[in-house]
Write a protein that binds this ligand. Structure first.
Ligand SMILES: [Zn+2]
Length: 282
C-alpha cells in the first residue's frame, strides 16, 4: 500500500519497499507495505524519515505512522499522540517529534492520531461510537452500548483503528510505547517497567500515579503480551499545550528513546499468563 507522503519528501527521495524488521526472523511487515524514504546523501540514518500507512478509520481517513531513524533498528519506541478524539494535546507532541532529528540508535515510530474520525468530530470514540481503549483483547469484556463513553465495541478489535494499532504493535514490537491522553496531568503506572515511567515522570514534571486499569485497554494488553516491553499512559493536562510544554514533553520522549535498551519482547508464553492475570488496564 502506498504511503501518505509529504510531497517534498517524495521529491527528494526514492520509494522503497520497507525492509522487514528483524525480530529474530519471526515477523515481517506485510509485503504490500512500502515506505517513502528521504535519505539525504551524507546524513543517512540520522535524517531518515519514513511514512507508513497503517490503515484507515471507519470513515476512511488515513492512519499513518512516521518513522524517525532506521526502521530496522532494534531499539524501537512507539508514540501515539491521540486515541481518544477529544484528547488531542499529544498530537502536537507527536508532530514536534516528527519534525525533529532522529535519536541515534533508535527508531521512533510516531502515530500522531490513531482516531482521526474522533479527532475530527471531537468525540472520545471512533465513528462507530467505540472507545478504542476498551477494544483490545486482553481482558476485553462488553461495556456499555454504542455512544456510551466507554463502549467496548461488539468484540475485541472490532474497529479498524484498533486493528491498525494491533498489527503495528505485533510487527514492530516496541520496547517502549507511550500513549497520550488528557486531562489528568499524570504519568500512569500502567503495568510495565515502572523505572521507565518514573523517568518519564521526572523529565516531564508530571507526577507518577496509578490510575484505574480498564478491561480492553491497549497499554494493558501490550504489557501483558510483551513481557519485557513497557507501554504506558501519559495523561497530559487539559487544554491546548503551550509550545514550551510541547517542547519539554517531546524532549522527554527522545530521552526515553535514547536510553531504551533493545528489549523487543518475546511472546509471553501461555504458562506465564497467570502471573499477570491481576493486571487490568490503563
Ligand atoms: Zn483518554
Amino acid at each position: 500500500m502506498l504511503i501518505g507522503v509529504a510531497g517534498a519528501a517524495l521529491a527528494v527521495g526514492a520509494l522503497l519497499v520497507l525492509a522487514p524488521i528483524d525480530h529474530g526472523g519471526r515477523r515481517r511487515l506485510p509485503e504490500r507495505s512500502t515506505v517513502a524514504a528521504r535519505r539525504p546523501a551524507r546524513k543517512a540514518v540520522a535524517h531518515l524519515i519514513s511514512h507508513v500507512r497503517l490503515g484507515r478509520s471507519v470513515r476512511r481517513r488515513a492512519i499513518d505512522a512516521i518513522v524517525l531513524g532506521d526502521v530496522r533498528s532494534q531499539r524501537r519506541v512507539l508514540v501515539v499522540g491521540c486515541i481518544h478524539g477529544d484528547e488531542r494535546a499529544g498530537i502536537a507532541v507527536a508532530k514536534r517529534l516528527a519534525a525533529s532529528s532522529a535519536v541515534p540508535g533508535a527508531a521512533l515510530w510516531i502515530v500522531p492520531d490513531l482516531n482521526p474520525d474522533g479527532a475530527a468530530a471531537r468525540t472520545r470514540q471512533d465513528a462507530n461510537g467505540v472507545d478504542l481503549n476498551r477494544n483490545f483483547p486482553y481482558r476485553w469484556r462488553p461495556i456499555g452500548a454504542r455512544g456510551d463513553q466507554q463502549y467496548s465495541g461488539p468484540r475485541p478489535l472490532s474497529e479498524p483503528e484498533s486493528r491498525a494499532a494491533y498489527r503495528l504493535i505485533q510487527r514492530v514490537r516496541p520496547a517502549v510505547t507511550i500513549w497520550f491522553h488528557q486531562p489528568l496531568g499524570v504519568v500512569d503506572e500502567s503495568g510495565g517497567d515502572v523505572g521507565v515511567e518514573r523517568r518519564f515522570s521526572r523529565l516531564t514534571g508530571l507526577p507518577l500515579r496509578r490510575l484505574k486499569r480498564y478491561p480492553g485497554s491497549v497499554a494493558t494488553w501490550q504489557d501483558h503480551r510483551f513481557r519485557r516491553a513497557t507501554a504506558f499512559v501519559v495523561e497530559l493536562p487539559a487544554g491546548r499545550p503551550s509550545r514550551a510544554r510541547v517542547e519539554r514533553w517531546s524532549r522527554a520522549v527522545r530521552a526515553v528513546a535514547a536510553s531504551t535498551a533493545a528489549r523487543a519482547a518475546p511472546r509471553r508464553d501461555p504458562a506465564s499468563r497467570g502471573a499477570s492475570a491481576s493486571r487490568v488496564a490503563g
